[in-house]
Design a protein around this ligand. Structure first.
Ligand SMILES: Nc1nc2c(c(=O)[nH]1)N[C@H]1C(S)=C(S)[C@@H](COP(=O)(O)OP(=O)(O)OC[C@H]3O[C@@H](n4cnc5c(=O)[nH]c(N)nc54)[C@H](O)[C@@H]3O)O[C@H]1N2
Ligand SMILES: Nc1nc2c(c(=O)[nH]1)N[C@H]1C(S)=C(S)[C@@H](COP(=O)(O)OP(=O)(O)OC[C@H]3O[C@@H](n4cnc5c(=O)[nH]c(N)nc54)[C@H](O)[C@@H]3O)O[C@H]1N2
Ligand code: SF4
Ligand SMILES: [Mo]
Length: 726
């Protein structure tokens, strides 16, 4: 058979580049970027080139359903067929439901914007449980929740090509998004002004006209300080604000509490630079904002983003050419999040209100929230203590919660206490190691999908390029199999998962668009026509129809209606913990905990790093390549990291990545308890009052030199020696 080229979309990370997959028979020979894709325009990265093929072909990949036979985590499994797996899981779920009620069955999935998210929520809702965990409390949840409250549905810099000024906050596109990095570099060459707010000197900070090197977690004060300058110097777009914003006077008063001297003291940034940034962003219009992960997973994330949304609104940089353009959905297309929110696919509100977290975080959990998912730390607490009620069974799909939730020890403890743990995955992660049933998942090259890409904007497809290996199934197929087994036993309270295959779901999503899947597959995407200033017809998606600079909804629920600075916890810590730790610095090679079992990735980086200023390291008598134990005041655990010396770090701040484990290390955690930064962090309070997010990205810490002999006893030179296989 001649080589075929399949136009698809890479989903190895959230950037979603258009891809061209070269296929010979049933073998993928090459993957590259699609130059015609309107969002990514050919941009691609090492993960997209190697990740899908190695994940598919990996010799350790589970290819059949497995039942645990040894003790939990002992790694002893026996192969069973799908029918037995569905039957046994349904019966055990029935026992949990019969004893403790439907809410005792919970789920964990990565997010709302992937098919597995919908498959999971609709299966659980059919059982009658609202309790599922998503990653977004650690990811973009602060941004989405703030967008729901303010009405500013700011998209991540999709008008960069037409802008005159870019404000980048807590985002390092050279590490996390090849597409955005490409667009920003091109814009800079065009002479666009660039302002960067980041404690680290990132590649984009090096390129900036103005780099504000603030202290971690102080962004809200900085934004309010800039707002104060704009009001004081009449730099506001008066016409837009008068017609389209409410709460302006209250915000003016709030911002007046943040004079430059105060803000400079809080943030560590010179008053002159703060004022210069405010003036530049207000006058060099149209301007756009790129908000990154640096402002999420903070105990003040939602308020911080609300303050930056106010900066956009006050400068009129909303839905204009070259400013922040809102997402433009394909007319008639049903994306995963809209289905999740559609009343046809939801349980009655009183059932949704029983979700763990709704009482404390009504804008995160429960019927009126953005997320409609549980408050993760509270759900993990419920598994461990049965407070506020027992949670005894967990279905995990598309997330490696042992390696990516803070406080690994507590996550492992919770998973071990469950009556039933089912994990669907394409490789045996430390989470999967603790499962009672392991269900083999297809990989990217073996599945199909359709979703909206706000960057293009376009509707983009994932095509099944090759047949699934072994007995691997898609998430929708697995959910459908479980649904049928549950239904046969009278265990469904509702019928909220109406599709019988993923293709049926896709046809349902496309039904009102006038486009069919096969036509879309010819090019891999179809552009979405869009205009600007849609609010002129539709208003903004808030109760008032305007941008809410002060939120009546928040106030009515007893929260502060406006952004405010709340000092991060590290500012209150004792002198023993003398450094501030940033976590989650992305590496082009890894996607969170993924690819640790891929040789191409481990050849690039084989050990978790701690980035530290050379003078700080010297103060400890430490040198490049030394290993240290790092501990935080939570004393959740201590982890081993290898020093990278770099003058890009401030003297009192250190930084690391995330997600480490060593597939070749023995033990169910595969080294996660020793090498993964989340083992040293707490998932407990302080929590963001609105989203419930922990301070997983900024924390106090201390380091001490690790004895090389001690590292030796942990497993010799596994961290240096690339692992076996693939
Ligand atoms: N290669 C690769 N790409 C990825 C991913 C991956 O795992 N690997 N993950 C994807 C996902 S899910 C996400 S969420 C994104 C995340 O990607 P980004 O949004 O770019 O976030 P990070 O790179 O985590 O951090 C961005 C910057 O925030 C800074 N920062 C830390 N604390 C603060 C603070 O308090 N204030 C400010 N202003 N800045 C701060 C850090 O120094 C860092 O430079 O990346 C996506 N892209
Ligand atoms: N301390 C700290 N913790 C963090 C962060 C941080 O910056 N600092 N970042 C946070 C962020 S932004 C995020 S997004 C999370 C990421 O957290 P995770 O989503 O847990 O990250 P991944 O390692 O990408 O795990 C995805 C898992 O899903 C499986 N998988 C992939 N695709 C599919 C599929 O189609 N179906 C199924 N069933 N399984 C699939 C893979 O095998 C893999 O095990 O981590 C968060 N944790
Ligand atoms: S940035 Fe890399 S991994 Fe992410 S979608 Fe693009 S090619 Fe795939
Ligand atoms: Mo994320």
């Amino acid at each position: 058979m001649p080589e075929r080229i399949v136009a698809s979309t890479c989903k190895e990370c959230s950037v979603r580049c258009g891809s061209l997959i070269h296929v010979d028979g049933d073998t993928v020979t090459r993957i590259r970027g699609n130059p015609d894709h309107p969002g990514s325009r050919g941009a691609f990265c090492i993960k997209g080139v190697h990740g899908p093929v190695v994940a598919r072909e990996h010799p350790d990949r589970p290819l059949h359903p497995m039942r645990r036979i040894g003790a939990r985590g002992e790694g002893k499994w026996e192969r069973i067929n799908w029918e037995s797996a569905f039957t046994e899981i349904a019966e055990r779920l029935g026992e949990v439901k019969g004893t403790h009620g439907p809410c005792a069955i919970a789920g964990a999935v990565s997010n709302h914007f992937v098919s597995r998210g919908l498959a999971m929520t609709q299966l659980l809702r059919s059982i009658g449980s609202p309790n599922y965990m998503i990653n977004q409390d650690l990811c973009q949840g602060g941004r989405y929740t703030a967008a729901m409250l303010t009405g500013v549905g700011a998209q991540p810099g999709n008008e960069i090509e037409r802008t005159r000024c870019i404000l980048v906050v807590g985002k390092s596109p050279s590490d996390s998004s090849v597409v955005q990095w490409m667009h920003i570099k091109a814009a800079k060459q065009r002479g666009v002004k660039l302002i960067v707010i980041d404690p680290r000197r990132t590649q984009i900070a090096r390129m900036a006209d103005l780099w504000l090197q603030l202290k971690p977690g102080t962004d809200a004060a900085l934004a309010l300080g800039m707002i104060n300058v704009m009001f004081a110097e009449s730099l506001i777009d008066e016409a837009f604000v008068a017609q389209w914003c409410i709460g302006t006077e209250r915000l003016r008063e709030r911002a007046s509490r943040y004079p430059l001297a105060t803000v400079a003291a809080i943030t560590g940034v010179d008053a002159d630079r703060i004022a210069a940034a405010a003036r530049l962003f207000a006058t060099e219009t149209p301007g756009c904002m790129v908000l990154g992960h640096g402002v999420d997973a903070q105990a003040n994330g939602v308020g911080t983003v609300m303050a930056f949304h106010a900066l956009l609104a006050l400068t009129g940089n909303i839905e204009r050419e070259g400013s922040n353009r809102f997402a433009k959905p394909m007319p008639g297309f049903k994306d995963y999040y809209s289905i999740l929110n559609d009343t046809h696919f939801r349980m009655p509100a009183d059932r949704e209100a029983q979700i763990i977290g709704a009482a404390q975080f009504p804008f995160w959990s429960g019927p009126q929230s953005w997320s409609k998912s549980a408050h993760n730390p509270s759900l993990i607490h419920a598994i461990r203590t049965s407070e506020p009620y027992p949670v005894r069974a967990l279905y995990v799909s598309g997330v490696n919660i042992v390696c990516t939730y803070p406080d690994i020890g507590s996550t492992i403890d919770a998973l071990k206490r469950l009556d039933l743990l089912v994990v669907a995955t394409d490789h045996v992660t430390p989470t999967a190691e603790l499962a009672d049933y392991l269900l083999p998942k297809t990989t990217l090259l073996e599945e199909e999908d359709v979703s909206g890409d706000p960057g293009g904007p376009c509707l983009a497809v994932v095509q099944r390029a090759v047949t699934p290996r072994g007995e691997a199934r898609t998430d929708v197929e697995i959910a459908v199999g479980l649904r049928d087994a549950l239904r046969a036993r009278g265990l469904l309270d509702f019928e909220l998962l109406p599709w019988n295959s993923h293709r049926e779901l896709i046809d349902f999503q496309l039904a009102s668009t006038g486009i069919d899947f096969d036509t879309l597959c010819k090019t891999g995407f179809t552009p979405i026509a869009f205009g600007y200033r849609e609010y002129l017809q539709k208003g903004f998606k808030t109760p008032s129809g305007k941008i809410e600079l002060s939120s009546e909804r928040l106030e009515a629920s007893g929260f502060d209606a406006m952004p405010a600075y709340r000092a991060p916890e590290y500012t209150r810590n004792d002198a023993e913990f003398d450094l501030v730790l940033l976590t989650g610095i992305r590496s082009m090679t890894f996607h969170h905990s993924r690819f640790r079992n891929h040789r191409w990735a481990r050849n690039v980086q084989s050990a978790p790093e701690l980035r530290i200023h050379p003078e700080t390291a010297a103060g400890y008598g430490l040198r490049k390549g030394d290993w240290v134990w790092l501990e935080t005041p939570s004393r959740a655990g201590r982890v081993l990291l290898e020093l990278w010396l770099t003058e890009d770090m401030p003297h009192d701040v250190v930084a690391t990545g995330m997600g480490w484990w060593y597939p070749e290390m023995s033990g169910a955690d595969h080294g996660a308890l020793t090498f993964n930064i989340d083992a040293a962090l707490s998932y407990g309070p302080p929590w963001d009052p609105i989203s419930g997010s922990p301070e997983a990205r900024n924390s106090a810490c201390r380091i001490v030199r690790a004895d090389p002999a001690e590292i030796e006893t942990l497993g010799g030179d596994f961290v240096k020696e690339p692992m076996r296989a693939s």
